[in-house]
Write a protein that binds this ligand. Structure first.
Ligand code: TNX
Length: 539
């Protein structure tokens, strides 16, 4: 069969999908296939609808990937899929190569204007015996769809000794769409600095679970981590240390752009945060005029909060902030700029309100939407700004009264830096101990009485006072962040701890292959793979 016929057949199957799934006639598998059931696959986050047809697609060396012509970004999604499948299976699947005669089965990534696709991230996945069709409005939707497909391809082929290896993908239909548009994690690179490579690894694993926002906490008392060309001492001095007095570090604007680009290739938005007017010791050490108390502060390597502030009544402070917001906004394609605003304990209330009002205008001047920690809702801010609820229900309610959207990040439920239990090697416990089940068993929809329409989404922050390596980062983030991906993508009806914990246990082979040193929670019966539970424990 030549490629044109196969593609024509793909489209034909697509248009007749309804007929196909209603059809009672049993099709013969091309190769004897193990019994497969799409409904018991270990997908996270759980898709909206799964309809199994109890047969399988045989992914093998005779499979080709094709994408809609002239659909922006679709070919790149096809290439991304080919690359990830090669890493998993060693198969080198051709992308949009119509000259090959050996192709017998196709994965077709199709741009569709179907009104059944409810958002830019929605997709439909049809898995038949000889074709897989992914329908999406946009490349973003197609990208979410291929994450589901990646999860359906087994870690090992049916028979590792066979000459003709196949990776059976259970047949059926998946209809999917996220509950929340904003599904994020925050990484604090200020208390301890993490390299570009570490951040990329984190992005790569998050995107596998359909998380679409990475919020970078780029400044705090202990460090300033982003190059600002018009204020070079911020990184020269302010970036020179970190908690515990280690060497610190910072991203050049080129490094930051590399992170942003890597995230964008995974349809992930980077949200930069410059925390102010508190949490600004590193900025004031670099440029002492900023704090307005006439003193030159010292570099700070401890973990106390709430002792620093900008001088909120000085024009030069706002010129400085204007430069910072402008330079960062210029290299940030995403729509948001986070101004922090938390724990400004030594800023007078009136000064704080005055400051937030002024900084909001600066952020808007550079065409960004302001996000701030929940305290910002006490200022006279606009309904277009966003409040990130971490501590105060009262502040969250104020935000709702102002018509603002809220990002739900309650510390006692969603803080990745909270210890799992009293034995945890890293983390804090000022808000709570958060074992893997507590992290999953709560309902962000309507949380604390916030109307659903005011909830933009969920974010799980990872503060880094107690962690300084990627292994320590992974210990706190995984597996809990995988649960937050499901809380933000899947509907409440589709979420169930007993069901989730089995699916989570089965993530072990993937996490091991990706060398993610997750915390092997005893609540989960982890699927054994090349690393045993004991090996991970000893690391
Ligand atoms: C509170 S959450 C903070 C951070 C700390 C964190 C530690 C928030 C807006 N502020 O400065 O790192 O607790 O868990």
């Amino acid at each position: 069969m030549n490629i044109k016929n196969i593609l024509a057949r793909g489209v034909f199957l697509l248009s007749l999908a309804v007929v196909f799934f209603a059809c009672t006639e049993e099709r013969k598998p091309i190769i004897p296939m193990p019994v497969t059931d799409l409904s018991v696959e270990n997908l996270i986050p759980k898709p909206l609808k799964i309809i199994p047809t109890n047969s399988a697609f045989a992914l093998d060396e005779f499979t080709g990937i094709y994408t809609s012509k002239n659909a922006t970004g679709f070919e790149a999604v096809g290439t991304f899929l080919a690359d990830k499948l090669e890493k998993k299976t060693a198969l080198q699947l051709p992308v949009n190569d119509t000259s090959l005669n050996k192709i017998e089965r196709v994965i077709y990534i199709n741009q569709s204007d179907s009104t059944e696709l409810k958002s830019t991230e929605a997709y439909q996945l049809y898995i038949n015996q000889d074709s897989i069709i992914i329908n999406a409005n946009t490349a973003e939707g197609a990208f979410r769809g291929i994450q589901t497909l990646r999860q359906l391809v087994p870690e090992t082929s049916n028979d590792t000794l066979a000459v003709h290896k196949i990776w059976p993908v259970p047949s059926g239909k998946i209809i999917d769409n996220p509950s929340f548009a904003y599904r994020g994690s925050m990484l604090d690179v200020a208390r301890h600095f993490f390299s570009v490579e570490d951040v990329k690894k984190y992005i790569d694993i998050l995107s596998y679970y359909k998380i679409n926002v990475l919020h970078l906490h780029l400044s705090d008392d202990q460090g300033w981590r982003i190059e600002i060309k018009s204020w070079p001492k911020l990184t020269e001095i302010g970036g020179s240390t970190e908690v515990g007095g280690e060497s610190g570090g910072f991203y050049t604007q080129k490094d930051y752009t590399e992170i942003v680009t890597y995230a964008a290739e995974r349809f992930m938005t980077v949200v930069p945060e410059i925390d102010m007017p508190g949490h600004t010791n590193s900025a004031s050490v670099s440029y002492p005029f900023l704090n307005g108390n006439g003193k030159t502060p010292k570099l700070y390597e401890g973990t106390h909060v709430g002792f620093s502030t900008f001088d909120t009544r000085k024009d030069t402070v706002y010129s400085f902030i204007d430069d910072v917001v402008r330079e960062i906004s210029e290299i940030t394609p995403g729509p948001y700029f986070h101004i922090g605003g938390d724990e400004s304990h030594v800023t007078k209330k009136n000064d704080y309100i005055y400051f937030v009002n002024k900084v909001e205008k600066i952020v808007q001047k550079y065409n960004k939407r302001m996000i701030g920690w929940d305290e910002v809702a006490i200022a006279d801010i606009d309904s277009t700004s966003i409040s990130q609820w971490w501590a105060s229900e009262e502040n969250a309610k104020k935000a709702v009264e102002k018509g603002m959207k809220v990002i739900v990040s309650p510390a006692k439920k969603a803080y990745l830096d909270m210890q799992y239990d009293t034995l945890s090697k890293h983390g804090l416990h000022w808000a709570a101990y958060i074992p893997v089940d507590t992290a999953y068993i709560w309902t962000p929809e309507g949380y604390g009485g916030i109307p659903l329409e005011n909830i933009l989404g969920i974010e799980a922050p990872l503060w880094s006072e107690t962690i300084s390596t990627i292994e320590e980062l992974e210990y706190l983030a995984f597996p809990r962040v995988i649960g937050y991906s499901e809380l933000s993508w899947s509907t409440p009806e589709n979420r169930d701890w007993e069901d989730y914990k089995v699916r989570l246990a089965n993530q072990a082979p993937f996490l091991d292959r990706m060398n993610v040193k997750y915390y092997p929670s005893p609540l989960i019966d982890w699927k054994k793979s090349k690393f045993s539970y004991e090996t991970i424990e000893k690391d």
